[in-house]
Every structure is written in structure tokens, then in C-alpha cells.
Design a protein. Structure first.
Length: 204
């Protein structure tokens, strides 16, 4: 392939995506994080922020002109049409910047981390999909260990995302993250070797 293989990295909340991404980065692999891009495209001076203000009014901005994420979050969680309007503004810009960075990347392969890849148009831009998977009980415990107040709240967070079965259905590769960091690191190393091998296979 004349460009690096694009590996879409995804997984449910608290599945360990960031840990896996960091381990690949330690191996020298480019990791493009769409969460970071999503924050960058709404910074003051960016076109997306002006469109959000036009769509939702000044109430979604803080005094310094930056996006008030708490107000925006409350608005989109209580109103599906508002969420869809926000997504229609942000998703094309996030996709465009993600692909720009991917086109500029070098190496045998790169990782593009997309938390909601099952639902994302970016899924069509990937050569392979790597899912970080773990038991739902492990996700719930990790959420409780973070700052989620109750198990019921943790279950609602999980229910708002694509299901574990939906993620595994689109997976070409899976890293299982129910145990130790050493176990994850060993899987990342094996997957890295596999992707380098794939990158050097003859085309066709």
C-alpha cells in the first residue's frame, strides 16, 4: 500500500482505549485521536464555534468566548434535535481534519482512535478495525472507580453507546482488556508485528 494502513481503534467507555493507544505510541506509531480533534475544532477563532453560536445562541459560550461544554452537554443530552444539529456541524470538520492528519502520516500503519466508530462515517475510511474489548462488569467497576456515582448511572452511560456486540461485529482485530497492563502490552506487541507484516505484503 502506498500509504500507511489505517487502523481504526475503538472500544466502549472505560475499555482501555487510551491505554492501548499509548502503548502503540510508545512503539513509534502515529496515533490520531478524534477526541482531541473534536476539542480543537471548537476553539475560539475556529469556524465550528461560530456555527455553534449561530445555531444555539450566546448562552452556550463562556464569558471569554469559548464553548461552555457543561451547558452544551446538558442541552444535547436533553434534546435529540440539538444533538443532531451539533453533530451536523462538528462531524464533517472532525472527519476532514482526521483525514488531513492521516494523509500526512508516515510509517507502515497508523492508528485513528474513534470512540463511536460503529456510528461514525470515518469507519468507511479505515483499512482495519481494532476493538478494545472487556467485560461489561469491568467497565462498570472502572466507571465507579473514576467519578461515576452509582452503578445505575454507569449502566446508563454504557446503554447510551453502541453495544459490545455491535463493536465486536465490525472488528477485524480484538485486544482483550480484562486483566493486567502486561497482558495488554503483550497483545499490542503481537498486533504491531501483525500490522507491520500486513503493510509489507504484496498488493493484490
Amino acid at each position: 500500500m502506498s500509504r500507511p494502513i489505517r487502523i481504526g481503534l475503538t472500544g466502549g467507555i472505560a475499555s482501555g482505549k487510551s491505554t492501548v493507544a499509548d502503548l502503540f505510541a510508545e512503539l513509534g506509531i502515529t496515533v490520531i485521536d478524534t477526541d482531541i480533534i473534536a476539542r480543537e475544532v471548537v476553539e475560539p477563532g475556529q469556524a465550528a464555534l461560530a456555527e455553534i453560536r449561530d445555531a444555539f445562541g450566546e448562552s452556550v459560550l463562556q464569558d471569554d468566548g469559548s464553548l461552555d461544554r457543561a451547558v452544551m452537554r446538558q442541552l444535547i443530552f436533553s434534546d435529540d434535535s440539538a444533538r443532531e444539529r451539533l453533530e451536523s456541524i462538528l462531524h464533517p470538520k472532525i472527519q476532514s481534519e482526521t483525514l488531513r492528519q492521516a494523509d500526512a502520516a508516515r510509517g507502515d500503519y497508523l492508528l485513528i482512535a474513534v470512540p463511536l466508530l460503529v456510528e461514525s462515517a470515518l469507519r468507511e475510511q479505515m483499512d482495519r478495525i481494532l476493538v478494545v474489548d472487556c467485560d461489561e462488569s469491568v467497565q462498570i467497576q472502572r466507571l465507579l472507580d473514576r467519578d461515576t456515582e452509582t452503578e445505575d448511572q454507569a449502566r446508563r452511560i454504557l446503554a447510551a453507546q453502541a453495544s459490545r456486540e455491535q463493536r465486536l461485529a465490525i472488528a477485524d482485530d480484538v485486544i482483550e482488556n480484562n486483566s493486567t497492563l502486561a497482558a495488554i502490552a503483550a497483545q499490542v506487541t503481537a498486533m504491531h508485528d501483525r500490522y507491520v507484516e500486513l503493510a509489507h505484503l504484496p498488493a493484490g
